[in-house]
Design a protein around this ligand. Structure first.
Ligand code: NAP
Length: 318
């Protein structure tokens, strides 16, 4: 089958490790099912894999990708929840991996997944739209509705305007009635954030006209100081990523003096993915798609994501 594979690790030149071409079909496995991929979406996680952060060298070659929607072996239209529960090790807490970390991922014509990881795809969502949900949108949903203790009508800041997680956060937070501030490096992306329902969109680091209840930060180093300074006393940062590097310094004196909370967030449950899917059906919300490319042109999509030339999700179709 045709697939996009991480063949080598390079922190400084991640795309040099990409291989585009034929790979063996998945081997059948008890309790797992093969999904014919109709659409897959890129995530920054795929770049971290090529950098060796989310993928170990001894697991190469590895088919990349965590997000997919397709058809299962029984002909059902499905969305893949990409969090895999690994077999228990006695005396240790349960281990989790994402597709493409230990098991081959979704950037292929077929992907093998545990049957229990499938969520029905409603007919209202296209395969392309559904493929955007399992990582960026699920993470945003869990940050907003699981981690942040917010009532509708709160004031929030989303760091980053155009990324997968940021666009999902802006869309969902505006939809439930929060006053959403956004920062973005690019004027066009800031304008698009306003179209999605943001209340105001500012260049990175610019002082907000008011303090916010919660900051959603997936950027890390480049935005951390601003995030901490944007919060009301007792406010919270929900962090899920560090695209620009690890935060330093941690601004600890502000954290303890203003009694701020730093809340980590990773992915979401299968139940949350099903609820997010239902929310999309009920509200008419659809993931913003930057572009749809044939799988064989995946490198172009990777390049756009690495260079930050996107607004929303890049979708690949086999
Ligand atoms: N913990 C989890 O479960 C989880 C799940 C999903 C993602 N993540 C992590 O969250 C991060 C975002 O993921 P994604 O897929 O949304 O990535 P993406 O689509 O590549 O988006 C990158 C985002 O970073 C923003 N950004 C702002 N300043 C930046 C800078 N100096 N350098 C680079 N980017 C900057 C961009 O905003 P503008 O271009 O608009 O300025 C954009 O919103 C990644 O690090 C990813 O690994 C974690």
């Amino acid at each position: 089958m045709f697939a996009i594979t991480a063949a080598r690790i390079s922190f400084d030149d991640p795309l040099s490790g990409l291989e585009v071409g034929e790979r063996p079909d998945p081997e059948p496995r008890e309790g797992w099912t093969t999904v014919q991929v109709r659409a897959a979406a890129l995530n920054h996680h795929d770049i971290w894999s090529l950098r060796g952060v989310a993928l170990q060298e001894d697991r190469l070659p590895m088919i990349l990708g965590g997000d997919a929607a397709g058809i299962d072996e029984d002909g059902n239209e499905v969305i893949v929840h990409s969090v895999i529960t690994e077999p228990a090790v006695p005396g240790k807490s349960p281990r989790f991996s994402l597709l493409s970390e230990i098991h081959d991922g979704t950037l292929a014509e077929k992907v093998l997944v545990p049957r229990e990881n499938l969520v029905p795809k409603p007919p209202e969502l296209s395969f392309e739209e559904a493929a955007c949900l399992p990582t960026a949108w699920l993470t945003a949903y869990s940050m907003l509705f699981g981690k942040a203790d917010l009532r509708p009508g709160s004031t929030v800041l989303v760091q980053g305007a155009g990324g997968g997680v940021s666009v999902a956060l802006i869309t969902l937070a505006a939809r439930v009635g929060h006053r959403v501030y956004v920062t973005g490096r690019d004027e066009t992306k800031r304008a698009k954030a306003l179209e999605l329902g943001a209340y105001a969109a500012l260049p990175p680091g610019e002082r907000l006209p008011e303090k916010v209840d919660v900051v959603f930060d997936s950027v890390g180093q480049a935005t951390w100081k601003h995030s901490i300074r944007a919060l009301k006393p007792g406010g919270a940062i929900v962090t899920c990523g560090a695209t620009s590097g690890d935060a330093s310094p941690a601004e600890l004196s502000r954290v303890f003096f203003l009694q701020l909370r730093v809340l980590g967030s990773t992915m979401g449950t299968k139940e949350e993915l099903a609820a997010l899917t239902e929310m999309c059906v009920r509200t008419g919300i659809r993931p913003a798609i930057d572009r749809v490319l044939p799988l064989k042109e995946a490198v172009e999509g990777f390049r756009a994501m690495e260079e930050g030339r996107l607004f929303g999700k890049i979708v690949l179709t086999p």
